[in-house]
Design a protein around this ligand. Structure first.
Ligand code: BES
Ligand code: MN
Ligand code: ZN
Length: 500
């Protein structure tokens, strides 16, 4: 999709479609201000449709002989409650209603008074581009969708045109994450993820290191390899590095859980445990590779960004790990695997130890880790844990700007009791109550306490059964935008520090 910023009057944009958003209350008056000449005719048609301006309400009108001939309207609700998220959703609704009309150019006019221009531009581009995303890779017959060739952003100054590519880079990262997560488990596996990481490295000039099984064994990654040993597809530990053009001021690590399928292992997922959804269990890996795609294009000044995923699948076979097995992670800690279905934390344990070895300034891991987090926060909010106040605040601000739901959860130290083992240093699975907290506490055992670290449980947010806020159903690409916003904020902070 092409985007054009324009501060010209609506009538001068020369578009064949016009998309507008109207607040409830006095929408008639807003309509008059937007469409001076045809407002009364349009108002009559909208009254016929009982338009009220409620948030998300849609009306599409063809105006024979009109210029433009197609008018798309979305309700924005009460102006007092209209925030960036409302703007994003408004743009998303309008973009979706423009689908199928084969427009050359769609003018999009939403009320932007309450926003800084760059913030408004980001919400409009991301809102419309991501709402129009569709994944047709696995269909044999495809009809042209009739999306507009261009969207003209009315009221965004032309000076911001040069920042459109950065927004498109963000969208391309979200799209990569969605495609990776949506792809079936017989298509995306550790070897295909290696290939994806390789093509990112080649395309954008980053460095890729891949550890195969024997390299992981040399490093003593017994927790990760215990999960991988049941699979016939070999494990791949992926490590991508994005370097800045100039000097390195901060080193950040992004880790994603990369289970390309989670059968549960011998603690097989049965009953209502959604085994068929478990292709999504590399949602963390998808998010960090998506963020890598964006960040490798932007190459934020001063940041060296490490992207890591210990990829494998959790399968059953004669080789698969036994429930009750005791394994040793790469930091020397021993783990009793009392449940093979708590495999994500085993792979993350070795990834966290590896990350700490890079001596970074911060580590953030993303994982579809626990059903308990889904129960706690549902499908619109991810939970996060961090012992570091600064990092915690940075992440919550980043998620806010990104429009992604994120809520801090407690690292309740007393719950470590639940991970005590009768035979090893710890068990991998605690009791059901507070299951997402004990999972976070387990991970904390593998992080050097001096390094700021946060864990984000995206089990609820990585997949959306029905679609939400106009985003298509299925893989959401959750996490990419928050990670990118976080990195960009740190780069900006460094720049500020230098200029002072
Ligand atoms: N990948 C799952 C987490 C999950 C489960 C996400 C259901 C979405 C829906 C993870 O590997 C897992 O199986 N977790 C177990 C842990 C339990 C055995 C302690 C869970 O949450 O049930
Ligand atoms: Mn599992
Ligand atoms: Zn899992």
């Amino acid at each position: 999709m092409n985007f054009r910023c324009s501060s010209a009057p609506l009538a001068d944009l020369g578009c064949d479609g016009l998309a507008i958003g109207l607040f409830s209350g006095n929408w008639e008056q807003q309509l008059t201000e937007l469409l001076s000449n045809r407002a009364s005719e349009v108002q009559a048609l909208m009254e016929l449709r009982q338009f009220k301006g409620k948030r998300g309400e849609q009306v599409s009108l063809t105006l024979p002989g009109g210029k433009p001939a197609l008018l798309l309207v979305v309700g924005l609700g009460a102006p007092e409650q209209f925030d960036t998220q409302g703007l994003r959703q408004g743009a998303a609704s309008l973009a979706q209603s423009s689908r199928g009309w084969h427009l050359k150019s769609l003018a999009m006019a939403l009320p932007l008074e309450a926003f800084a221009p760059d913030q408004a531009m980001g919400a409009l581009v991301q809102g419309s581009q991501l709402a129009l995303f569709q994944d047709l890779r696995f269909r044999s017959e495809v009809e042209p969708s009739g999306d507009p060739l261009e969207i003209c952003l009315h009221g965004i100054p032309e000076t911001l045109q040069s920042e459109i590519p950065q927004q498109q880079a963000i969208c391309s990262g979200v799209e990569l994450a969605r495609e990776l997560v949506a792809a079936p488990p017989n298509v995306v596996n550790s070897l295909s993820l290696e290939a994806t990481a390789r093509s990112l490295a080649d395309e954008f000039g980053c460095e890729l290191t891949v550890l195969d099984e024997s390299a992981c064994r040399e490093r003593g990654m017994g927790a990760y390899l215990a999960v991988a040993q049941g699979a016939s597809i070999p494990p791949r530990f992926l490590h991508l590095v994005i370097r800045p053009r100039g000097t390195v001021l901060r080193r950040l690590v992004l880790i994603g859980k990369g289970l390309t399928f989670d059968s549960g292992g011998y603690n097989l997922k049965v009953g209502a445990s959604q085994i068929e959804l478990m292709k999504f269990d590399m949602g963390g890996c998808g998010a960090v590779l998506g963020a890598a795609r964006t960040l490798a294009q932007i190459k934020p000044d001063g940041l060296e960004i490490h992207v890591i995923s210990a990829t494998t699948e959790n399968m059953i076979s004669g080789e698969a790990i036994h429930p009750g097995a005791v394994v040793t992670a790469s930091n020397g800690k021993t783990i009793e695997i009392n449940n093979t279905d708590a495999e994500g934390r085993l792979t993350l344990a070795d990834a966290l130890v590896y990350a700490c070895g890079l001596e970074p300034d911060a580590i953030v891991d993303l994982a579809t880790l626990t059903g308990a987090c889904v129960v706690a926060l549902g499908n619109e909010i991810a939970g996060y844990w961090s012992p570091d106040e600064t990092l915690a605040d940075q992440l919550s601000a980043a998620a806010q700007r990104a429009g992604e739901g994120l809520w801090r959860m407690p690292l309740q130290a007393s719950y470590k009791e639940g991970l005590k083992s009768g035979i090893a240093d710890m068990k991998n699975t605690g009791p059901r109550p507070g299951g997402s907290i004990t999972a976070a506490l387990f991970l904390q055992e593998f992080v050097n306490t001096e390094i700021p670290w946060a864990h984000i449980d995206i089990a609820g947010t990585a997949w959306s059964e029905k679609g939400r806020s106009q985003d298509p159903a299925g893989a959401t690409g959750y996490g990419v935008r928050t990670l990118v916003e976080w990195c960009l904020a740190i780069a900006a902070e460094e720049k500020e520090g230098l200029s002072q």
